[in-house]
Each structure stands twice: as structure tokens, then as C-alpha cells.
Write a protein that binds this ligand. Structure first.
Ligand code: SAH
Length: 227
């Protein structure tokens, strides 16, 4: 819906979602998650999630759930998008790599904090659609590439933050190599179709990684390009 009335309605729903995430964050803190900052909550309040979900699911766009986006893939739950953005801890002069563009929503949220977001999607149809949506909505600091994100994006590395939104069994070595000293990687790790652990990896001056398990999560698997 593009009528003034429809847009107002989305704004009301978005505000209610922000209030819900603020409350959820209080509970998640008890399980070891960091609190969501007002800056991250504001970004959830500003990015039009309904523009990133298929029209058939738009009425659910501001519920705190994942939704199907085609190709067997999903747009992540808003709380998880907010949490990953919080953990990535990006500032305005920094560049971010996202693996798993999906709908483009997480990239749009990160774009509000970063100088540039590079994002890779393995399913061509999804990557092309996300690139189109991001451009239409004016996110001009996001670049989408179609490919296997396991290899990262060496031409633009190193990155201040890397956000992986599909779950591998182990952290891909190319992504570790492409993380800057002082940078953070947020990544779900674990077996397909089981609960994974959302990890926060931070690289110290010696290139060593400190690893923190944040919360249990469930993501689609990181698939590999057979070529
Ligand atoms: N961040 C997305 C949600 C991602 S769902 C959003 O905001 O909507 C995970 C996505 O990762 C899916 O679109 C899936 O196709 C993609 N994916 C899986 N394996 C991948 C890989 N090796 N490289 C890049 N993308 C991958």
C-alpha cells in the first residue's frame, strides 16, 4: 500500500515493534545478550521492513518473526537483526561485509551506521531483487554481489565488521582473514537444521580471535557454490 493512510499505519506498527524489541531486550540480557541501544532501536524504527518482504506477507512485516522471502529463504526476525547490528558495533567511517543478503533488510539497517556495506547473496534471484529494492529506497552505500560468501570479498577487505546471516559448521577462514584488527564478526555457527550458537568474534592486535557465545539461534545453512 502506498497511500498516505497505509504508510501511517506502517509507522504505527514499526513503533510498536520497537517497543516490543525494547522489552524483549530486557529479557535477553538475562540470557547474556547485550542490551539493544537506542541507536539500534531507532534504526529498526526507521527502516521500512515491509518494503523487503513479499506483498503477500506485508501485513506481518512488523511482527517479531522471520518471514519467507522466496527461494526457500527467510528474512530474519527483527530482534535478531537488531542484536546482530548491536554486536557488529559499526561506526560511520567503517565498512561492513554481510554474508547472506536475502531480502536486503539487514544490509539496510547496517547501512544507517556504516560508511559502506558490502553484501553477498548466493541465490541470484534474491540478490538481484535486494539490489533493486535497496536502490529504489535510496540506500546508496550498499553494494550487492551474487556469489558464495564463504570466500568473502577480498577486493574490499579488510572489514571493520563482518555479519554472517546464514550458518556454517565452522567459521570460514577467509572471513577471519578479512576481518580488521579490532574488528568484530557476528556469526551463527552449528549444524544444519539444529540450534546454532550466535558467536561474537573480536580480533586483537596479534591477530588472535576472542570468542564469545551470545545466544542460541536458528539460521538457514550457509550453502556452498559447487563451482
Ligand atoms: N540477511 C537477510 C536474511 C538472510 S537469510 C535479510 O536481512 O533478509 C540467509 C541468506 O543467506 C539466504 O538468502 C541464503 O540464500 C544466503 N546464503 C546462504 N549461503 C550463502 C553463501 N554461501 N553465500 C552467500 N549467501 C548465502
Amino acid at each position: 500500500m502506498t497511500s498516505a493512510c497505509g504508510q501511517d499505519n506502517y509507522e504505527v506498527q514499526r513503533k510498536a515493534l520497537v517497543d516490543e524489541l525494547r522489552r524483549d531486550s530486557l529479557v535477553a540480557v538475562e540470557y547474556g545478550a547485550p542490551p539493544l541501544s537506542e541507536a539500534v532501536l531507532d534504526s529498526i524504527g526507521n527502516v521500512p521492513r515491509h518494503e523487503f518482504v513479499p506483498s503477500t506477507h506485508r501485513i506481518y512485516a512488523y511482527e517479531n518473526h522471520p518471514l519467507p522471502i522466496g527461494g526457500g529463504q527467510t528474512i530474519s526476525q527483527p530482534y535478531i537483526v537488531a542484536l546482530m547490528t548491536e554486536l557488529a558495533d559499526v561506526s560511520a567511517d567503517e565498512t561492513v561485509l554481510e554474508i547472506g543478503t536475502g531480502s536486503g533488510y539487514q544490509a539496510a539497517v547496517l547501512a544507517g551506521f556504516a560508511k559502506h556495506v558490502y553484501t553477498i547473496e548466493i541465490v541470484e534471484m534474491l540478490g538481484l531483487r535486494a539490489a533493486q529494492d535497496l536502490e529504489r529506497l535510496g540506500y546508496d552505500n550498499v553494494t550487492v554481489r551474487i556469489g558464495d560468501g564463504y570466500a568473502g570479498w577480498p577486493e574490499e577487505a579488510p572489514f571493520d565488521a563482518i555479519v554472517v546471516t546464514a550458518a556454517p559448521d565452522e567459521v570460514p577462514q577467509p572471513l577471519i582473514d578479512q576481518l580488521k584488527v579490532g574488528g568484530h564478526m557476528v556469526i551463527p555457527v552449528g549444524p544444519v537444521d539444529e540450534v546454532q550458537v550466535l558467536k561474537l568474534l573480536s580480533k586483537d592486535a596479534d591477530g588472535d580471535l576472542a570468542e564469545k557465545n551470545v545466544i542460541p539461534v536458528r539460521f538457514v545453512p550457509l550453502t556452498r557454490d559447487p563451482n
